[in-house]
Design a protein around this ligand. Structure first.
Ligand code: ASP
Ligand code: MG
Length: 436
């Protein structure tokens, strides 16, 4: 069995839904994971925010607009009168439920319930369209088997056991359709796997059912070797190691959610990135690829802040780094890059919400300097230390760009370079010219 996941743009209109269903029909024996129609999750978050802020008339208007969009989509999608009536009453039910949030206090729980409607709506419509096409399909409610624990981490054992039980109760279908993103938490409440989390759902389901492969369908043909928004003539990378894909996803390649790689990697299930607009294109396959001795791709991550802590006490001392890291841990602020010297350490963060508290506590350990508006350029490939020359090529390509930090050796698959935002486009172009 394969898992096929379609993102927001791939279900973004009635026509796109029809296209994706024809891809599914051709594949047979699949579990299909869908995102919300593009724009819907943002709209729902906006509605929830308005309700929180007491702007009820505004929220009500946005609910009306969203409902109108779904009524139109259902009309375009379904010619069968009976199925169109079913869609209409489902839409009535869902939008009536959404409107109940206008009349009650709105906290985190209500906000999570509100955003969950995006995936419920898209799967409801696609399910009916599959019926109209005569496909042997069934819609499974993801909240019956997708679960996160009290730390917000998916509970794979629970997911495996419950998904298998649900499938066992509903045997013999060619297509099992379900919602991405949404789940329950350890309190049994409706929750989600964070923005972009449908990729994560697909990977978790793939691991849970031990799928042959996990296909992530978007509208670009795979991961490119550089960012097409800044560099011309980029090309898709046909094969990536799981670790390379994880670095690229984390450091800027928007096509895949970074957490998505892990469950597939642990279960050793290949992940394929495919293009709904060009289904015959090879795309990118992510697997435990053998060593290739080559550099494969470059990505960039914006809005990075670099913090340097310089201390004469670090000289020959132990425990200094621990004290530094404890401060970041205390403020729940993850560190992306680290470089050290005998008298100081530089780290980068991408979340500035506790910056002033962090800087004030770090100041007790040494002199602190902060550089904002920086960019991490991440170069991935087979960069094991025994392979010669790759570091030199990367550094050489950037010889005319001021570099704030370089980090290499943390994994076998990447070099990260920190530069200022103003140099980002030049740096990406130079790397493409020199490396590919
Ligand atoms: N609909 C959710 C979002 O927009 C999840 C996803 O599409 O992956 O973040
Ligand atoms: Mg996505």
């Amino acid at each position: 069995m394969k898992v096929m996941k379609f993102g927001g743009t791939s279900v973004g209109s009635a026509q796109r839904m029809k296209n994706m269903v024809s891809l599914v029909a051709a594949a047979g024996n699949v579990t299909v994971v869908l995102s919300a129609m593009s724009g819907t999750t943002n709209s729902l978050i906006g509605i929830s925010q308005c309700i929180c802020d007491g702007e009820l008339a505004n929220a009500a208007k946005q609910i009306d607009d969203l409902e109108q969009k779904y009524i139109t989509t259902a009309d375009e999608l379904l010619d069968n009168k009976e199925l169109r009536d079913i869609a209409q009453s489902a839409l009535n039910k869902y939008f009536a439920a959404l409107r109940t949030y206008l009349d009650k206090p709105h906290g985190i729980k209500e906000s999570k319930e509100t955003v969950a409607y995006g995936e419920k709506l898209s799967t409801m419509l696609v399910d009916l369209y599959m019926k109209q096409c005569g496909l042997n399909s069934i819609l499974l409610d993801a909240t019956r088997f997708m679960k996160i624990n009290k730390h917000g981490e998916p509970d794979l054992d629970y997911i495996r056991e419950n998904l298998k039980a649900v499938i066992k109760k509903n045997p013999g279908f060619d297509i099992y359709l379900t919602q991405g993103f949404i789940c329950r938490n350890d309190e049994g409440e409706i929750d989600n796997l964070q923005r972009g989390g449908s990729d994560y759902t697909a990977s978790l389901i793939g691991a849970a059912i031990n799928a042959d492969e996990i296909q992530i369908w978007t509208d670009i043909d795979g991961m490119h070797n550089n960012d097409p928004r800044f560099v011309e003539g980029t090309s898709p990378v046909s094969e990536l190691h799981f670790e390379e894909a994880a670095e690229l996803a984390y450091f800027g390649a928007k096509i895949l959610h970074p957490t998505c790689v892990l469950p597939a990697k642990h279960a050793n299930i290949p992940v394929r990135l495919l293009n709904t607009m060009k289904p015959e294109a090879t795309g990118t396959t992510i697997f435990n690829a053998p060593s290739t001795q080559s550099i494969k791709a470059v990505a960039a991550k914006d809005n990075i802040t670099a913090i340097k802590i310089k201390s004469s006490h670090m000289l020959l001392a132990y425990g200094f780094l621990r004290k530094v890291f404890e401060i970041f841990e205390k403020y729940h602020t993850p560190i992306d890059m680290i470089t050290t010297s005998e008298v100081g350490v530089s780290v980068t963060i991408d979340n500035e919400c506790c910056l002033s508290e962090i800087v004030s506590e770090l100041s007790e350990l040494g002199d602190v300097t902060v550089d904002r508006d920086m960019v991490i350029i991440c170069v991935v490939g087979d960069l094991q230390w025994q392979n010669r020359g790759f570091e030199a090529e990367v550094v050489n390509a950037l010889k005319d760009i001021p570099v704030r930090m370089i980090s290499y050796g943390g994994s076998n698959y990447n070099i990260s370079i920190l530069i200022q935002k103003a140099d980002k486009t030049d740096a990406l172009k130079l790397l493409s010219q020199h490396l590919f």
